[in-house]
Design a protein around this ligand. Structure first.
Ligand code: SF4
Ligand code: SF4
Ligand code: SF4
Length: 327
C-alpha cells in the first residue's frame, strides 16, 4: 500500500493532466461521431453548437428550463428544471471542480494557449489583489443576470415589461465557447452575426467582441475566461456536495509560496491561509498543480470522500523537480 501511495504522490501530475485533458477534449468534441451521448447537463463548457459533441454544457438547458412563468415552476415544466439541475449536481458531485481542471474543453483550450505562450516566451500578466477580488465577482453577476433575464421573459419582474423571446439563449449568444469550439469540427458558421433580429444581432456581435478579448486575453493571462465563467459560479454555490476535496494542514506550511506561483487561477489563499482545513477556493479548477509543487510532507492533499488520494511529499516534490531539470 505504501508503495502505491509513494508512486501516486511522486507522479508527474501535469503530464497526467495533459493526457486526461487531451482524451476528454477528443471525447467531448468528437464523441458524437461514435454515438456517445453523455447528455446535456455537463458541468463544463462542452458547447451545444458543436454538432459532433458527446455531451453538452448545462448552461444551455438551464436558460431554456428557467424560462417559465412563476406558476409553471410547480408543473411538469418545473419538474423538468429540477431534473436538469439534479442531473447537473450528480455529475458535479462526481468530479467536483476537477471538471474545470481536467475535463472542460474550453479550460483545456486555455491551457494549450498557455503552453503556446510559454513556448513563444511571452510573459503572462498577474492581477493585483484588489483587481482579482473585483473581477472574481463578475461570474456571480453574469449568473444572476442569466437568471433575471430568463425569468423576465415570462414574468413581469418589478413591474417592468416582459423581455422578448430572443433573449432566451442570452448567455450562449455571448459565450466564446459557441464561436470557438465548433471551429475544431470545421464549422465556421458561429463566427457570423445572427441577423434574424436586432437583439440576436446585438448579442452575437457582443459574443464576437468577447471572443476577440478571449483570443488576446488567453495569450497574456492563464485561464483568462475562467475568472468570469458563470459555470464556475454555479460550481462554487454547490461545491460542498463534491466528493473530491482539497485540504491543507496549515501547521506544516512554511509559506514558501510555491503553490501560489504555479496556480493558474492566482489563488493567494492556497499559500497564505494556514487556518482553514478545507482550502478549496471559489476559483479553483482542481488542477492539482499546487499539490505537486508543495515540498512539505502532507501539507496539501486531495481527498476522495475524506480519504487522501494524492498528497504533497518531499520525495515527490524532488522527483518532479529532477524530472523538470532533466537530472
Ligand atoms: S471555469 Fe473555465 S474550465 Fe470551468 S467551466 Fe468555466 S470555462 Fe470551463
Ligand atoms: S507550497 Fe506548501 S509549504 Fe509552500 S506555501 Fe504552499 S502549502 Fe505552504
Ligand atoms: S489552488 Fe491548486 S488546484 Fe486550485 S487552481 Fe490553484 S493550483 Fe490548481
Amino acid at each position: 500500500m505504501k508503495r502505491v501511495r509513494d508512486y501516486v504522490n511522486g507522479a508527474n501530475v501535469e503530464r497526467f493532466r495533459f493526457y486526461v485533458q487531451l482524451a476528454t477534449f477528443v471525447l467531448l468534441i468528437y464523441g458524437g461521431w461514435l454515438a456517445i451521448d453523455l447528455g446535456k447537463y455537463l458541468p463544463a463548457f462542452s458547447c451545444v453548437y458543436v454538432k459532433t459533441r458527446a455531451g453538452s454544457c448545462y448552461l444551455s438547458p438551464f436558460q431554456y428550463q428557467m424560462n417559465l412563468k412563476f406558476s409553471e415552476f410547480l408543473t411538469y415544466k418545473g419538474a423538468l428544471f429540477a431534473t436538469g439541475l439534479g442531473t447537473f449536481l450528480l455529475w458535479f458531485a462526481l468530479f467536483s471542480k476537477a471538471w474545470c481542471g481536467f475535463i472542460c474543453p474550453f479550460g483545456t483550450l486555455q491551457d494549450w494557449m498557455t503552453r503556446l505562450r510559454e513556448k513563444m516566451h511571452i510573459r503572462y500578466s498577474v492581477y493585483s489583489e484588489q483587481r482579482f477580488k473585483s473581477l472574481s465577482n463578475i461570474k456571480y453577476f453574469l449568473l444572476g443576470l442569466i437568471v433575471v433575464l430568463m425569468l423576465s421573459i415570462n414574468n413581469s419582474l418589478f413591474g417592468l415589461p416582459k423581455l422578448h423571446e430572443d433573449f432566451s439563449s442570452f448567455y450562449c449568444m455571448i459565450c466564446p465557447g459557441r464561436t470557438i469550439l465548433p471551429l475544431f469540427t470545421g464549422d465556421f458558421n458561429q463566427l457570423a452575426l445572427n441577423l434574424t433580429s436586432k437583439t440576436k444581432a446585438g448579442l452575437t456581435g457582443l459574443g464576437l467582441g468577447i471572443t476577440g478579448m478571449f483570443l488576446v486575453g488567453g495569450f497574456v493571462k492563464r485561464r483568462f475566461i475562467c475568472f468570469f465563467c458563470p459555470m464556475s459560479a454555479l460550481h462554487y454555490i454547490f461545491s460542498r456536495i463534491g466528493i473530491l476535496g482539497l485540504v491543507k494542514t496549515g501547521d506544516r506550511c512554511t509559506r514558501c509560496g510555491n503553490c501560489y506561483r504555479v496556480c493558474d487561477m492566482e489563488i493567494r489563499a492556497i499559500a497564505d491561509d494556514v487556518t482553514h482545513r478545507n482550502i478549496l477556493q471559489e476559483d479553483c479548477t482542481m488542477c492539482l498543480k499546487c499539490v505537486g509543487a508543495c515540498p512539505e510532507e502532507k501539507c496539501l492533499e486531495v481527498t476522495l470522500l475524506g480519504t487522501p488520494i494524492y498528497q504533497s511529499t518531499e520525495k515527490g516534490f524532488f522527483k518532479r523537480m529532477k524530472a523538470r531539470l532533466h537530472i
